[in-house]
Design a protein around this ligand. Structure first.
Ligand code: ATP
Length: 358
C-alpha cells in the first residue's frame, strides 16, 4: 500500500478559481518526489493541501492507507520547509533547531543529543552559538532544514527551499539535500520551478501545467519518453527543438528543407494533411552528414561557449533551433553546414493536442 495517496484531488479557491484538477499520485515510503512546473501551475497549492494548510475541495487524501482529508497539520506528522526560512532572529542556531522540541517539552538531554546529531548531518556543528544574521544564505537554509528534520517526522515537504540562494549555493545545497535524504530516508515532496533541481533530486517527477498533471515519471522517463510537447520542452536544457509542419506525402517541409518521415512511419500515416511537431534535443545531433539520420542543412547565426560544450543557434529553412556541440567542434558564425539527427532521437507530436505520436 502506498504511504501517501492523492485520489482525484481538486482545489477550488473561495473566489472560484480552480487551481488543481484531478491530481492523482501514489508515493511510497522513502521516495523523493518533485513537483515541477511554471509559476502558477498549482505546485504549492497541492503541497499545502498535503500539509493540511489548505482544504481539499474534493478528492481523497490518504496517509498510510487512512483517509486524512480532515486531519489537522500537526496530526499529519509532516514537517515543512518554506522558501523564506522563517528563523527566529534573536535565537541562536542551536535554539532555532531545538525550538520545536522545546515547545513539546522534550527532555533537555534528548534535545541536546538530537540537535548535535542534526547539526552533524547538516554541517552546522561549528555554528550552533551563532545568530542567524551571522550566517550565509545557504547556512540559514540548512538551519531551516534542521528545524524540520529534528522532528523525525515521516514526511518532509519543501517549497522552493533554494530559491533565495545564488546559483553556486543552490548547487551545493542541492547536493546536501540529496545527502540528507539518503541519510534520513524521509519521504520527501519538493516543489520547484527549476527542471535541473527536479532532475537531479527526484526519484520521480510530477510535471504540472495550469493545474493539470502533464506526466509522472522518473527523470529518465521524462527526458527520453516525454508524453507531450510541454514536458518535452520543459525537461532538458537548452529545451527540445520543435519544427511544426503539415504532413504531405509522408513528409513535412519548412522553408526549402524537407523531412521524409517514412523512417518514423507507424501512426504518422493517420496524420496526412494534418499538422505535426517534429522534436529533437539540441544534444542529440551530430555535425556533418551521418548514416541513419535526418540530414539538415542550416546556417550558423550565433554561438554560445559554455565551457565543455557550446550552444549553436541555427536557422534551417524558416525555422530556428539550438544545437549543443563539443566546444572543440564549434563552427564559425555565418557558415553553412549540415547536421544530422539520428532517426531514433526524433519525437513526433500531434500538432493539435501536443501529445506524443507513438
Ligand atoms: P509559484 O511557482 O509561482 O509559487 P505554484 O505552481 O506554486 O506557483 P500556486 O501557488 O499553487 O502555484 O497557485 C496556483 C494558482 O492558484 C495560481 O494561479 C494562483 O494565482 C492561484 N491561487 C493561489 N492562492 C490563491 C487564493 N488564495 N485564492 C485564489 N487563487 C489562488
Amino acid at each position: 500500500m502506498a504511504y501517501i495517496t492523492l485520489k482525484n484531488i481538486n482545489k477550488i479557491y473561495p473566489n472560484g478559481f480552480h487551481a488543481v484538477h484531478n491530481f492523482n499520485l501514489e508515493i511510497e515510503k522513502g521516495e523523493f518526489v518533485v513537483f515541477v512546473g511554471p509559476s502558477g501551475c498549482g505546485k504549492s497549492t497541492t503541497l499545502r493541501m498535503i500539509a493540511g494548510l489548505e482544504d481539499i475541495s474534493n478528492g481523497e487524501f490518504l496517509l498510510d492507507g487512512k483517509r486524512a482529508n480532515e486531519m489537522g497539520p500537526r496530526e499529519r506528522e509532516i514537517a515543512m520547509v518554506f522558501q523564506s526560512y522563517a528563523l527566529y532572529p534573536q535565537m541562536t542556531v542551536y535554539d532555532n533547531i531545538a525550538f520545536g522540541l522545546t515547545l513539546q517539552g522534550v527532555d533537555e538531554d534528548v534535545i541536546e543529543e538530537r540537535v548535535q546529531n542534526t547539526a552533524r548531518i547538516l554541517g552546522l556543528t561549528d555554528y550552533l552559538d551563532r545568530l542567524p544574521r551571522a550566517l550565509s544564505g545557504g547556512q540559514r537554509q540548512r538551519v531551516a532544514i534542521g528545524r524540520a528534520i529534528i522532528r523525525k517526522v515521516g514526511i518532509f515537504l519543501m517549497d522552493e527551499p533554494l530559491s533565495n540562494l545564488d546559483a553556486k549555493q543552490r548547487v551545493t545545497m542541492r547536493y546536501e539535500i540529496a545527502q540528507i535524504h539518503q541519510e534520513t530516508g524521509a519521504t520527501t515532496i519538493y516543489v520547484t520551478h527549476d527542471q535541473t533541481e527536479a532532475m537531479t533530486l527526484a526519484d520521480r517527477i510530477v510535471v504540472m501545467k495550469d493545474g493539470y498533471v502533464q506526466q509522472i515519471g522518473t527523470p529518465y522517463e521524462l527526458y527520453f519518453q516525454p508524453a507531450n510537447v510541454f514536458v518535452a520542452g520543459f525537461i532538458g536544457e537548452p529545451p527540445m527543438n520543435f519544427i511544426r509542419g503539415i504532413v504531405k506525402n509522408g513528409r513535412i517541409s519548412f522553408g526549402s528543407a524537407q523531412l521524409d518521415l517514412s523512417q518514423k512511419l507507424g501512426r504518422i500515416k493517420e496524420y496526412e494533411g494534418e499538422e505535426i511537431v517534429f522534436g529533437f534535443r539540441p544534444e542529440a545531433i551530430q555535425l556533418g552528414e551521418q548514416p541513419d539520420g535526418y540530414q539538415i542543412p542550416c546556417q550558423v547565426e550565433l554561438t554560445e561557449m559554455l565551457g565543455d560544450n557550446t550552444n549553436i543557434y541555427i536557422t534551417a529553412g524558416d525555422q530556428q533551433a539550438i544545437l549543443k556541440v563539443d566546444s572543440h567542434d564549434t563552427p564559425e558564425v555565418d557558415t553553412q553546414l549540415t547536421f544530422s539527427i539520428p532517426y531514433d532521437s526524433v519525437y513526433l507530436f500531434d500538432g493539435k493536442t501536443g501529445n506524443v505520436i507513438q
